[in-house]
Each structure stands twice: as C-alpha cells, then as structure tokens.
Design a protein around this ligand. Structure first.
Ligand SMILES: [Ca+2]
Length: 241
C-alpha cells in the first residue's frame, strides 16, 4: 500500500511535468494578471524589497511584446531610490537553468547599473549569475566580481539577455541577443548551492530599464534527466509493489 501511494505520487509528478517544461516562471506582464499604471509590488508573487511602489510599475509606453511591460523606473516615476524587486520560483540545484528576459536600458552613466541577479533565499550573499547594464556597457560577473565589458548599449533599444547556468559545473554563460557574449563564468558566491529567486535591481539615481518576456526555464536535457530518473524510480517501484 505504502509503495502504491509513492508510485501514484510519482505518476502524478509525471503528469504535471509538461507544465514544468514550460518553465519555473514566465511572464510577459500582460493583462489581466498585470494592469498598466499599477505597481507590480504584491502582484503575481513579486515583492519589492527596496524602493517605492511607484518605481516598479506596469506600463504600456515601452513594450517588447504584447501591450504591457514592467518599468523599473522606466518611464521615470516615483523617486530616485535604489529598487530591488524579487520573484521566487521552485528550487533548482542540478542541471542547466536558463534565465532570460528582454530589457530596454534608460541610463548609460550610472556605475551601479540596472541588472538581474539569480539568487538563493533572496540573499545578496548567495548569488550565482548577475548580468545587465552598467556605466554604458554590458556587464556580468565572472565569479570574482563584476566585469564591465567594452561593448556599449544603446538607450531605448531592446536587448535579449540570457544566462545559461549549469548547476553541475557551477559555471554559466552569458548571451546577448542569442549570441554568446561571455562563457565559462564562475558562480558569484560559494554559498549559492541552488537557485530559487531572481532579483531585478537598479541603483540610486539610475533611470532604470523596461523589462518584458521574462522566462526561467530548465534546459530540455535537464528535464530529460529528471524525467528518466522519475521513470526509473516508477519502474523500480512497480516491480517491487
Ligand atoms: Ca509584454
């Protein structure tokens, strides 16, 4: 009976796997979940850890797809404070995780920048990958610290930023507009053993960025490994029941 219950649980997991294959979290910031003109704070699992609610709003002025996108003080509203906006997702600790979004930078002078961090437990000392815009150039961490590249970005232009994080090797690759930009980068903090949240951040006085089409998705091969492991366990249980 006990093993039957476990087997049913595993089969239940298999049935929901197609949903997991679509991603740990994805949004285009569209209605009806998101409403233009309103703060994103408290909506659909988003939490504003610093800054004011008016600095993280759903807007329809700068949009990559659909009719709405997230504005992290873009267009400028609500003050100049630093903004930290987080969203949690199911813990990911093995295989490859892809974190991807489109962003339109609005500031090319501020050194603190506007970027994303892949974190564990919303901790600023448990980060794996960071990437985005700083001081007018595309920037990322290499495991030892921030690296400001020599590649400038254009204000008002949309960029597809992708981090491909390998939790088996603790290395990650940074892609810009689907082109490999920097590879074999180390995870930022040794204390980061698993990912379970992202953080969008912009520094004080940074004008910020618009963000659209966010996806946090396990790489297909990682899902296949997960699926085969679950099938193997199910088969083992079936033989034993
Ligand atoms: Ca959108």
């Amino acid at each position: 009976m006990y093993r039957t219950i476990i087997l049913c649980g595993l089969l239940g997991c298999l049935m929901v796997l197609p949903a997991a294959a679509q991603g740990l979290f994805a949004t285009g910031f569209e209605p009806p979940t998101y409403n233009a003109g309103e703060s994103i704070s408290g909506v659909d699992g988003w939490a504003l850890l610093s800054g004011s609610a008016g600095q993280a709003v759903i807007q329809s002025t700068y949009v990559h797809s659909g009719t709405q996108a997230l504005g992290i003080q873009q267009p400028p509203t609500g003050g100049t404070s630093a903004v930290a906006l987080v969203h949690d997702f199911a813990t990911w600790s093995n295989g490859v995780l892809v974190v991807q979004f489109w962003a339109m930078p609005a500031d090319n002078t501020d050194a603190t920048g506007a970027w994303i961090a892949v974190e564990q437990d919303r901790s600023t000392s448990k980060r794996s990958a960071l990437f985005g815009f700083r001081s007018g150039v595309l920037a990322y961490n290499n495991g030892a610290g921030w690296v400001n590249s020599t590649t400038p970005y254009n204000l008002g232009e949309w960029y597809k930023l992708t981090g491909v994080l390998n939790y088996d090797t603790r290395k990650w690759d940074f892609y810009v507009n689907d082109v490999l930009f920097a590879s074999n980068l180390g995870f930022y903090h040794s204390a980061h053993t698993a990912a379970n949240n992202i953080r969008f951040y912009k520094g004080t006085n940074n004008v910020g960025m618009a963000v659209d089409d966010l996806q946090i998705i396990p790489e297909p091969s990682s899902l296949i490994v997960l699926l085969s492991g679950m099938l193997g366990a199910a088969g083992w249980l079936r033989r034993r029941v």
